[in-house]
Design a protein. Structure first.
Length: 406
């Protein structure tokens, strides 16, 4: 008899965690499991990529109000949820007053405040019946913990807790309620356990699941040469991610300016979306519009990765970058900055290069990789003869529900 799995995520916008979820869904065997996917808001380009065997549950109107604009939900009559969100915002501001300026700058616990506040206004999902396994794929994890009936419940860590301040007492009751907490890398585990040492016995490791066959197949679908021009003597760099502070895209114009000053001919393409005002301000300041090219959102980023010469992840922090691994699967030399979990992602000088986070040093170190054709060829050859796929990780999930893959 097939096992029933429930999975929850906020929405399916283009992002690393969302792409990791698609990898997980693609790796599950529909002959072994029935999967119900509950997406709070049916929005995002990845909605169309949900595998056909997955049962996408209908939207529940109250759940769409968790993150939509306050103005819109008030218009629709969800006054109770709006008031709860306002209260959460007030409580969060009071909390920020109690911690240092440095801590508050790196505190993202407002999401937990909102989740705790609105939870009481959300209807139960127990009418869906009992599941063998319920998965909360993105924090905060209140919905799966308190609104779903399941024999076993697990939640995911997708970020590096060493880079942020944690409201320990606010988050601990939620994390503690799960049978297991899934970490995507050993570095993520170490950072998380520094914040929550009492949860050590709950941690299990399941890396983001990626299919080399799917990625390489998708990379052949589109010709992107009109967007990423093939110009003699011009090195094509590429970065992908949301326009958010952790991705550090606002630093790229300054890095570009230093690279240009040092005489390198390149174009640095960016695939992403979000508020780009900070990026545009930096581009204007350093006059780098001809070097840093914003390509916007792309549902299928793989042809662009295939077209680049070097993939760069200039982040301040990452849990474990899905896109870096995808670039490696497409045999691209990757450069990542030395964020805390970098060494769990790349072996420096073997399957990629780790460079400084300092803006002037990073420019020189990127140039060094651009000019070192021997190193680039060596990295590409290493990637070609090593398997960077990990569909076998799904066996760990099957084991949790006694559904071992044959």
């Amino acid at each position: 008899m097939k096992k029933r799995i429930f999975i929850n995520i906020h929405y399916l916008e283009i992002g690393g965690a969302e792409r990791a979820l698609l990898g997980l869904l693609s790796a599950l065997d529909p002959n072994k499991v029935d999967v119900d996917l509950f997406v709070n808001q049916h929005t995002g380009e990845f909605m169309s990529l949900i595998p056909k065997y997955v049962n996408l549950l209908p939207e529940v109107s109250e759940y769409t109000c968790i993150e939509r604009s306050m103005k819109n939900i008030l218009k629709e009559g969800y006054i109770g949820i709006a008031l709860r969100r306002l209260w959460a915002k007030y409580e969060y501001k009071q909390y920020l007053k109690k911690i240092s300026a440095k801590e508050s700058k790196h505190d993202y616990s407002i999401f937990q405040y909102v989740a705790d506040a609105v939870e009481g206004a959300l209807p139960s999902l127990e009418y869906l019946g009992e599941y063998d396994l319920a998965i909360s794929f993105l924090q905060p994890h209140n919905i799966v913990l308190n609104k779903v009936k399941a024999k076993r419940k697990i939640c995911w860590i997708h970020t590096d807790y060493s880079t942020m301040h944690v409201n320990h007492d606010k988050e601990l009751p939620i994390w503690s309620g799960f049978d297991h907490i899934v970490s995507i890398s050993n570095d993520c585990t170490r950072a998380f356990l520094k914040a929550f040492p009492e949860l050590q016995d709950k941690i299990i490791l399941i890396e983001n699941i990626l299919s080399p066959f799917f990625i390489r197949q998708q990379a052949e679908l589109d010709d992107v040469s009109t967007e990423m021009l093939n110009e003699t003597g011009v090195t094509k760099l590429l970065s992908i991610g949301r326009f958010a502070p952790p991705k550090n895209f606002e630093a790229i114009p300054q890095i570009c300016a230093e690279m240009e000053r040092l005489g390198v001919n390149f174009k640095w393409y960016i695939i992403g979306y979000g508020n780009d005002s900070g990026i545009q301000t930096a581009l204007d300041k350093y006059k780098m519009h001809h070097r840093m090219i914003l390509l916007g959102k792309k549902i299928n980023p793989y042809p662009y990765i295939k077209a680049c010469d070097i993939y760069i992840q200039p982040s301040i922090y990452e849990g474990k970058s899905v896109t870096v691994r995808e670039a490696q699967i497409l045999y691209k030399p990757v450069i990542i900055t030395d964020y805390p979990t970098a060494k769990s992602q790349v072996s420096d000088g073997v399957d990629g290069v780790i460079v400084s986070l300092d803006k002037e040093k990073i420019a020189k170190e990127i140039i060094s990789v651009i000019k070192n054709y021997q190193l680039r060829d060596m990295i590409m050859e290493y990637l070609r003869i090593h398997d960077y796929g990990n569909e076998s990780e799904i066996a760990k999930l099957y084991k949790l529900i006694n559904c071992n893959k044959e």
